[in-house]
Design a protein around this ligand. Structure first.
Ligand code: ISE
Length: 338
């Protein structure tokens, strides 16, 4: 029997998750699409096989005929919906961030610990991206020697709205880098500093962060939500003996009029298509077997990214270096030591 999945939230990412489940992942069936807007839910359901629709996510989560849920609704709903899924004993793949409040992340962790097992997979899909996987495999092989630094660039064409701020760049976009670098280096962060260059006009300026890991590496992150030219994620890991750079999936290069050129996508979906597919495949396996996927982000990883983002916002406001302190890690997450 295919795993019956409900997708909660029918925006850009909800629609993409619905498509992946309906078309790209064997052993799963898109059973239901839920959104505050019935029209939006129906449009996505109809596009991918005519699943049922609903406007009540809490009722959906408790339905006996729903095996697992994917949460892609607005950020502030993530933690409450994860708590409801834990209460109903339903595996949940929750889009990042788990919450924008580290305390709410700890509430989710407390509920999981009380239930005695993990239910929440957090959607830090870059862990499944083949280029990050290759970077990590090279580091783990020992060929590079000890890691020293990791440079990260994360550029969007334009910010989601005119009110987007530097703090929102840290809480919404940067958690991907916080998690990816922590995953590659297998080290938590000790401190963060954040800066913004002067930028003329109304558009939010890039945010530039420097993080120090507890094992002494430096990680820098540029978040540029108004880069204008395309969606562009780059990264380079520098070790004692060499370095590894990410290389995104570019399928063609045009040579014309004495110039060579490659296309950029408008948003992150093409760049991370394979990462999303592999992540969702791992989620279906988790829902089927109860075995938490070895490389997926769990609720603890979600908490760590949010705690770093909170410290980053403090650092940006104060202009100073902010020390990051984490809660004690419950034993439930010990098998995913980082
Ligand atoms: C956005 O908020 C996301 O969640 C995407 O995954 C990311 O790639 C994008 O650049 C962010 O701004």
């Amino acid at each position: 029997m295919a795993i019956q999945i409900a997708v909660i939230g029918a925006g850009v990412m909800g629609a993409d998750h619905a498509r992946i489940i309906a078309e790209d992942v064997p052993g799963a069936s898109l059973a239901l699409v839920c959104d505050a807007s019935p029209e939006r839910a129906k449009a996505v359901a109809d596009a991918y096989g005519g699943a049922e629709t609903s406007t009540d996510p809490f009722a959906v989560i408790t339905r006996d005929d729903i095996d697992a849920v994917i949460v892609a609704s607005p950020d502030e709903t993530h933690a409450p919906l994860c708590l409801a899924a834990i209460e109903a004993s339903k595996p949940v793949l929750c889009e990042k961030p788990l919450s924008q409040s580290s305390q709410q992340c700890l509430d989710v962790i407390e509920a999981e610990v009380a239930s005695g097992r993990q239910w929440v997979q957090v959607g830090f899909m870059r862990r499944y991206d083949p280029s990050y996987a290759a970077m990590k495999a090279t580091l783990d092989s020992g060929e590079l020697g000890q890691p020293l630094m990791m440079h990260n660039f994360h550029r969007n064409v334009e910010s989601p709205g005119p009110c987007f701020t530097g703090a929102m760049a840290i809480t919404n976009s940067a958690p991907h880098e916080f998690d990816a670098a922590r995953f590659v280096l297998e080290a938590d962060y000790a401190a963060i500093t954040a800066f913004q260059p002067a930028r003329p006009g109304d558009l939010v300026a890039p945010v530039f962060m420097v993080l120090e890991t507890v094992t002494g590496q430096i990680v820098n992150v540029e978040i540029n939500n108004n880069a204008a030219y395309g969606y562009d994620v780059r990264g380079e890991l520098v070790g004692e003996k060499g370095s590894v750079s990410l290389s995104g999936p570019i399928h063609a290069r045009t040579n014309l009029a004495l110039k060579a050129s490659e296309d950029y996508a408008r948003d992150w979906r093409p760049r991370f298509a394979e990462a999303y597919r592999l992540q969702n495949k791992a989620f279906v396996h988790f829902a089927r077997t109860g075995e938490f996927p070895a490389i997926s982000a769990n609720a603890w990883d979600g908490y760590c990214a949010t705690a770093v983002a909170e410290a980053g916002v403090t650092a940006l406001k104060s202009g100073g270096r902010t020390v990051i302190s984490l809660a004690d890690k419950p034993a439930l997450y010990a098998r995913q030591e980082t």
